[in-house]
Design a binder for this molecule. Structure first.
Ligand SMILES: Cc1cc2nc3c(=O)[nH]c(=O)nc-3n(C[C@H](O)[C@H](O)[C@H](O)COP(=O)(O)OP(=O)(O)OC[C@H]3O[C@@H](n4cnc5c(N)ncnc54)[C@H](O)[C@@H]3O)c2cc1C
Length: 454
């Protein structure tokens, strides 16, 4: 039997449209490796993402088993685990799909040098985004800092390649390699088991969600995307964040649907535009790695953020007294997901009404979102806080009362997540408002003026 190959799985936990897996299986019988590496995203995964990861690894193990590919689980640093498995299985080469975060790239660059020195072939592939972050540049050869020109350039570059089919099954490699047991990683909460809401919120697979969205909601996405009271968006963010679906699969399935249902084409175009935001965010973190914890706009280094752990806890628990904010924070806590319109509202409230640093909100989202993604979380938090690339100006402050009235006109979202509230008036759920909207707005504008030296 030919020497086995080793395929690394990271945030690409799928067998379809997986270029590294396809190439590895062409070279010989493949072994798959997933390493639970706390440094992979610069910090350990949060609780909700760990819950999602457990399910995703279970699904991947079963899918790979059907292909005759064993999935080895290891914990610790990625490259030490690769070295150990590569030596034990006497592999001929290591294969992976590229990632673009500063932490991921540092580890993978090191892996490539190690492989070269150790005499292994190392092959990396593009598979996790519509384009690689260095492919599109401005006329001046610079990275894009503004979304719309980036979007236009991506559309002008043409459709991304067609997704790859899963490889044909193989005869499994001869000798088994030691693997951790998934349940020993304790990714699922036990004492207490707080994941009941997550289980209820996420029945079915991403493929089913994609099919249902394209058939039922995509045509109305242009309006539906702003309405948290209806199922108007795809809810595919965790599948994309963990790579159970690739953006190319989503892209081509959506185009196919637009072909057979032309009435849905406009909605589908608007949906794919959002998918391009995912690439845009990844590109920002790739080109400007300092934004992981520093503002994209340097003048915000001097912003007079407050340090107030009590106010932060009130926001986290959904007890600000503003029903729009509290409903959103409860949806997040219960389901690991929050509608984008409400994410913008709660992020604006934290950074503007409460004047708390975006990093504190980003960290809470990191811990509580099933779709927590380093680039999307960081870029969106900075965007809302006003300090990001292409950001809404800081002085545009969302009104948490009128936003609720506008985007949840029948109060169905409110009834679902904060049934004690009558309407979107502050205090209507019996919780006194943490700040007065008008005063908070004035305070935020004054802080902004102070930063600008005005
Ligand atoms: C403060 C804040 C933090 C966020 N953190 C994350 C995060 O950690 N992970 C994450 O996946 N999304 C994040 N988003 C973006 C967005 O809210 C979610 O992607 C979206 O709500 C997911 O729901 P959906 O799959 O139904 O989206 P759809 O509307 O169906 O969009 C399809 C896909 O496009 C991508 N997308 C949509 N909107 C955005 C956006 N604004 N920026 C980047 N990609 C986008 C997502 O991958 C999404 O699944 C954040 C937004 C805000 C305002």
């Amino acid at each position: 039997m030919a020497a086995p190959t080793l395929v690394l799985f990271r945030r690409d936990l799928r067998i379809a449209d997986n270029p590294a897996l396809v190439a590895a299986m062409r070279h010989g019988p493949a072994i798959a490796l997933y390493v639970l590496d706390d440094s992979a995203d610069g910090r350990p995964l949060g609780g909700a993402a760990r819950w999602w990861l457990h399910q995703a690894l279970q699904r991947l193990t079963a899918d790979l088993a059907r292909l005759g590919v064993p999935l080895i689980l290891r914990k610790g640093g990625q490259n030490a685990a690769v070295a150990s498995v590569a030596a034990a299985a006497k592999v001929s080469g290591v294969f992976w799909n590229r990632r673009y975060t500063p932490w991921g790239m540092a580890a993978d660059t090191e892996l490539k040098s190690w492989a070269k020195a150790a005499g292994f072939a190392a092959h990396s592939f593009a598979g996790n985004y519509l384009v690689e972050p260095w492919t599109l540049t401005t006329m001046q050869g610079q990275p894009f800092r503004v979304f719309t020109p980036f979007y236009k350039a991506l559309m002008a570059a043409g459709d991304p390649g067609l997704p790859l089919s899963p490889p044909e099954p193989q005869r499994p490699p001869d000798s088994p390699i030691a693997s951790d047991t998934l349940s020993d990683w304790r990714l699922l909460p036990t004492a207490p088991d707080w994941a009941g809401g997550l289980r209820a919120a996420w029945p079915g697979s991403g493929k089913e969600r994609l099919a249902a969205f394209l058939e039922e909601a995509a045509g109305g996405y242009g309006q539906g995307r702003d309405r948290p009271d209806v199922l108007g968006t795809s809810m595919l963010s965790p599948d994309l964040a963990f790579g159970e679906l690739s953006p190319r699969q989503v892209w081509h399935a959506a185009h196919y649907r637009a072909g057979v249902a032309p009435a849905a084409a406009d909605g589908i175009e608007a949906f794919l535009r959002q998918l391009v935001w995912r690439d845009f965010c990844s590109g920002l973190l790739y080109h400007f790695p300092a934004i992981a914890d520093r503002p994209f706009q340097p003048n915000f280094e001097n912003f007079p953020w407050r340090d107030d752990s009590e106010a932060l806890a009130v926001w986290q628990k959904g007890q600000t007294g503003y029903p729009w904010i509290d409903a959103g924070m409860r949806q997040l806590w219960e389901t690991g997901w929050m509608h984008n319109r409400v994410r913008m509202g709660v992020a604006s409230f934290l950074t503007k009404h409460l004047l708390l640093p975006w990093q504190a909100g980003e960290a809470w989202f990191w811990d509580t979102l099933v779709d927590a993604d380093p680039a999307q979380n960081i870029a969106n938090w900075q965007w809302v806080a006003g300090c990001g690339a292409d950001a809404a100006p800081y002085f545009r402050i969302f009104n948490p009362i009128t936003q609720g009235d506008k985007f949840d006109p029948d109060r169905a979202y409110l009834r679902r997540w904060l049934s004690s509230a009558r309407d979107y008036t502050p205090g209507s759920a019996g919780i006194p408002p943490i700040v007065d909207h008008r005063e908070a707005r004035e305070r935020a504008l004054a802080a902004y003026a102070a930063m600008r030296g005005g």
